[in-house]
Design a protein around this ligand. Sequence first.
Ligand code: ATP
Length: 234
Amino acid sequence: MSGEAESHPQRILLFGGTFDPPHLAHATLPALAARQLRCDQIVYIPAAENPLKGSAKSAAAEHRLTMLVLAIADVPNAKISSIELDRKGKSYTIDTLKELHNKQGAAAAPARHSGSARQSKRTATLEPPASFFLLIGCDQALDFHRWKDWEQIVKLATPAVMVRPPWDRKSFERELRKRYLEAEAQRWLGWTLNLPLMDINATEIRKRLREGASVDGMLDPAVAEYIRSNGLYR
Ligand code: ATP
């Protein structure tokens, strides 16, 4: 686990969330999305504090991080970035994207400095900066105009949208047209992936855990066991 990539794959799928707790949709869908988008790597980015989720307290960052490690153990080419946890406070995606773009430049620097000017120039040509995709659920897409500097966000990372219940593709399309002008709605539809619908959400999981109801089929067994042994969400 580290805050940045060791190498510089060209297409990186960024996936932010509260992961409170991380559930099976968080583990399953990004891998499918990465395949569709031909991404080399998935970077999970747990938020310190979601600016749009009000004052509701989430589980401690250490717990969410450990659960995420367990939840994505089998997800190919996935890693976790602690960039937002390290920054603390409200986690604005625009700040994260700017930091990632800067870090990428900084991480490439040693390669450029390790040799002649000619060699460094060649290295720079062979390793173009990665392109970022930003994976979000369609609930977030419908609210995207509330995100800080959203117009700049879509310039730094191309959105990739997962339709999720209660929406399906048709109702999501209708809702987009209600909320956005036609051209903008079309743009979001172009960014929408073809993925299976998974009716799982963390709010429902926390509610069930509070009530002692079953969360079978919603969580990785290792995450469920971690929650149980640490007495979370009681
Ligand atoms: P909560 O119910 O607490 O709001 P959540 O289940 O939406 O949590 P988050 O950690 O907030 O989980 O989600 C991270 C990202 O994953 C968000 O962009 C969210 O829309 C998306 N996401 C979560 N669950 C699903 C799902 N079942 N299908 C598609 N996208 C999902």
